[in-house]
Design a protein around this ligand. Sequence first.
Ligand SMILES: [Fe+2]
Length: 268
Amino acid sequence: MPALLEIPESTAVALISDTHANLTALEAVIEDIAKKGLTQIVMLGDIAGKGPRPAEVLDRLRQLEIPCLFGNWDELLIRRLVETSAPEMPSMTEALEWQRAKVGLERLEWLRDLPYALDIPRASGLVRLVHASSKGVWSRVRENDPLENFYELFAATPEVGLDAPTPLAVGYGDIHTVLVRHLRSFPENNPSLRGKMVFNVGSVGNPLDSNVPSYAVLHGSSNLEISFIRVAYDNELECSIAKKSGMPQLEEYLEETRTGMYRPRGLT
Ligand SMILES: [Fe+2]
């Protein structure tokens, strides 16, 4: 079963994802969340990987006691600790080794134990959070995918639990792109999906629909209300930190950070 976050109905939740070792962006987003008076945050995975400060980002999330989900980059990093379904990435070996060395064993073990899904019960219905889909961290649902792929986010699977209840809404990260889908049409054999909602919170540390980080707010309301917020930050400060870090694949990181455009080869 998914982890459960039981909070008062009136408590709004800031939903962040895909920090990807970009501490500059994370601090800007945390500051914005605090300014808005939001006290509850949930993180949807891909904490480390890509950027120059993976350990610092992970420590900051732990310091703030933010519930975190497991992402595909988190799985890549723990390959040595457990059998994983993470694909072999020869072109990424050097970058992954650099990230693992920065993160260290204790943090890798913490990443290993993160849950795949988290449910937030609301009066309007259950809100489920996953990194990529209900089928696991490598099952990607892209913005322009057919509607059938969005239906799968609501499935009870071994990853979220075969007896998991069907949520009203599913929020995810992974594709680094903000989106909302209202399932106004639904499969004939499953009318229960009518009226469900899917949303993607985008990315804090590696947005690819803009170069400006995003997060979502699940409002403390008797109706299901989601809004999205962009937080401009100092991209060039992050680039200067990356340059001094000695990280592999620096040029790709600088380009993505400055432009918000996906590198030709690599992973989200
Ligand atoms: Fe990611």
